[in-house]
Design a protein around this ligand. Structure first.
Ligand code: ZN
Length: 379
């Protein structure tokens, strides 16, 4: 996340009437991936630490979700440009820069947001605008035009707030499809910076666009599986076993080169697996350096690899197989610890536990094992 985001006021436009989408459904409330497009967009924006966030809405009935806490709501206008103008004039927030985004575009990347913020903050530009090249053949009145000269303009767009407000106050054309047009149309010459963005960052306009968005998001997800098993030595009085970063009281000890946390080892392995980066032993062999090592370090290593590849965890499903210790009394504590270590919400982690029905070495209580199944998505 760019630290510069904290200097920017974010305006999310959700006041459109969706007539091209459907006469009765509002496209921003149509669900995909268990969230409406509006919620999906807002949760992404909230992760970016903007100075303040304003949503411009009309008759839309907002979903009951704590996501909307501390978000300023401003009433939209009849058209997009009137909505932006309302937000600029009526918002109680002050900032030097403002980023304006259409809520109907859920597929922007965090990388794009950072680029926009970092460029505008240099003070060299009046606005920074993302665009993509056009790879389709383009006809205008049935005449081919040279697509090399075409820029497809997207949002979010970021501006000097004073300049954007001034241009909106002077503007007579209420049917603008974005705000950068004001800067291009003005007699004053403004310094506009265009940033190349990915082509597939589409705007949901028609009903089958939802299917396209779903397809695109599916392409950016991966899964991984991790497995770990350790031998257990019994017959200790006040011992403990490290599990999910907490100490679980036990009369047994785990035999391990490191601290023997099967859960963290399995999770680490599953993250590396999802990234196609081999396994934990590749990076942390049983050498002197890793003797008694804290498993959180293995986990953090895998998490940093994942961040570098621009992925985040979607959910984790864990299965512990052991006779001893009993997991139930520690379930909540383990979840709480994993929420903290992985920076997730509770509903993204499941821990299940089973015995091996007394069969095999695990069933005899000589081993403890854990499976981790993980899904990660591109950010
Ligand atoms: Zn292990």
């Amino acid at each position: 996340m760019s630290l510069n985001n904290s200097k920017i006021h974010f305006i999310l436009l959700a006041a459109g009437n969706s007539t091209r989408f459907s006469p009765k459904d509002n496209k921003l409330l149509v669900k995909f991936k268990n969230k409406s497009i509006l919620e999906y967009n807002l949760s992404k924006i909230k992760e970016q630490n903007f100075h303040k966030i304003t949503i411009v809405v009309n008759k839309i009935k907002l979903p009951k979700n704590q996501l909307f806490n501390k978000i300023e709501l401003i009433k939209g206008g009849k058209t997009r440009s009137l909505s932006v103008k309302n937000a600029l004039i009526n918002s109680r927030y002050r900032a030097r820069y403002v980023m304006v985004h259409d809520a109907a575009r859920p597929l922007y990347s965090n990388k794009l947001i950072n680029k926009l913020s970092d460029k505008i903050i240099t003070g060299k530009y009046d606005c920074v605008i993302p665009y993509s090249n056009c790879s389709d053949t383009v006809l205008q009145n049935n005449i081919d035009i040279n697509r090399k000269n075409i820029k497809l303009i997207k949002t979010p767009q970021v501006f000097s707030k004073v300049k954007l407000t001034k241009l909106h106050l002077l503007n007579n054309n209420i049917y603008l499809s974005d705000d950068s047009q004001l800067f291009r149309a003005s007699k004053n010459s403004f310094n506009i910076k265009y940033i190349l963005d990915r082509y597939l960052h589409i705007k949901v306009t028609y009903k089958d666009d939802i299917e396209s968005v779903n397809e695109l998001l599916k392409l950016n997800s991966r899964v991984g599986i991790g497995y770990d098993i350790h031998r257990i030595e019994k017959g200790f009085k006040n011992s403990y076993i490290n599990m999910a970063g907490i100490k679980v009281k036990s009369k047994a000890k785990v035999i391990s080169h490191s601290d023997g946390d099967v859960i963290l080892h399995a999770i680490t392995d599953s993250i590396l697996g999802a990234l196609s980066m081999r396994d934990i032993g590749t990076y942390f062999p049983n050498n002197k350096q890793n003797l008694n090592r804290n498993s959180k370090e293995f986990l953090n290593y895998a998490l940093s690899k994942m961040n570098k590849e621009k992925f985040k965890i979607n959910n984790i499903d864990l299965m512990i197989v052991s006779e001893e210790p009993k997991i139930n009394p520690y379930y909540k504590k383990m979840i709480k610890k994993l929420v903290h270590l992985l920076n997730l919400n509770q509903n993204q982690i499941t821990i299940k536990a089973t015995t091996n029905e007394k069969s095999g070495l695990i069933g005899k209580g000589d081993f403890i094992a854990c499976w981790s199944n993980i899904s990660i998505i591109e950010i």
